[in-house]
Design a protein around this ligand. Structure first.
Ligand SMILES: Nc1ncnc2c1ncn2[C@@H]1O[C@H](COP(=O)(O)OP(=O)(O)OP(=O)(O)O)[C@@H](O)[C@H]1O
Ligand SMILES: [Mg+2]
Length: 233
């Protein structure tokens, strides 16, 4: 797919072709302005591609947007939250939107609040939450319907080490059941340790894609940092 801004002046994504398999944690890397967020917004139906097609879980984002949205969850890089709702009101609202049955909802809300250490704050207004707490309530809301494909744009930014660890553990658990995680990040150590496959985008083009081993073969280097720096030079 391709996408330009400003009537074609800025080519943000340039003939990008990519597939991610079930059961995979896929890390999407690239320098600032490389086109990661633009790609993700096209995947989740927030931006329309100029050309190309995207299908998720077998559904076309263009022809079957609702089916795609029912099978994914998307956590943006800068999530907006409803400040005048309490945490639990927000979670129940999302549970309603995604049609999560009451019993499953209760169980998941309790489990995820515990996982992210937010149980004590859930009855307070979101406007009183810290940056990291807001991020965590958005993450929990995104997980309530147990999406087939979990799409996150720089999810570790602003999370403390324990929450970041919990999120990584959850990603592994999510994929072990045959579901998929696609996330962008600048934290190369996380990508190296966590991802089954990694794609590197630079100036809108996919310049490398594969397992760590395949990336190492491609550039005869050991660390992802050096591979990244060499390829995006
Ligand atoms: N709304 C917009 N209008 C015009 N140009 C835009 C717009 N959004 C993004 N761009 C441009 O498109 C390119 C890709 O931006 P994008 O946000 O996708 O990058 P990114 O890889 O997510 O970067 P970062 O790591 O900084 O989040 C950049 O050159 C950016 O300036
Ligand atoms: Mg971005």
């Amino acid at each position: 797919m391709s996408k330009s801004y400003n009537k074609g002046k800025v080519k943000a994504v340039d003939d990008l072709s990519l597939s991610v398999r079930p059961g995979e944690i896929f890390g999407f890397l690239g320098p600032n302005g490389a086109g990661k967020t633009t790609t993700i917004k096209m995947m989740v139906g927030l931006l329309k591609a100029d050309s190309g097609t995207i299908s998720i879980n077998g559904y076309s984002i263009e022809r079957e947007p609702i089916a795609v949205k029912q099978s994914i969850s998307y956590v943006p890089d800068n999530p907006e939250v409803y400040e005048k709702l309490t945490g639990i009101e927000y979670l129940n609202f999302l549970g309603d939107v995604y049609g999560v049955p009451a019993a499953a909802r209760r169980e998941r809300i309790a489990r995820f609040l515990d996982l992210f250490g937010l149980t004590g704050a859930v009855n307070n207004l979101i406007q009183s939450y810290s940056h990291g707490m807001r991020q965590k309530i958005v993450l929990i809301g995104a997980l309530l319907h147990e999406p087939q494909v979990f799409i996150l744009d720089e999810p570790m930014v602003g999370l403390d080490p324990k929450s970041s660890h919990s999120l990584k553990e959850y990603m592994k658990e999510h994929c072990a059941g045959g579901r998929t995680v696609f996330f962008s990040t600048h934290i190369l150590e996380v990508a190296e340790k966590l991802c089954h496959r990694i794609g590197i985008i630079h100036q809108g083009r996919l310049i490398a894609c594969g397992t760590m081993e395949e990336l190492r073969e491609q550039s005869r280097d050991k660390s992802l940092e050096n591979i990244f720096l060499e390829l995006t030079e």
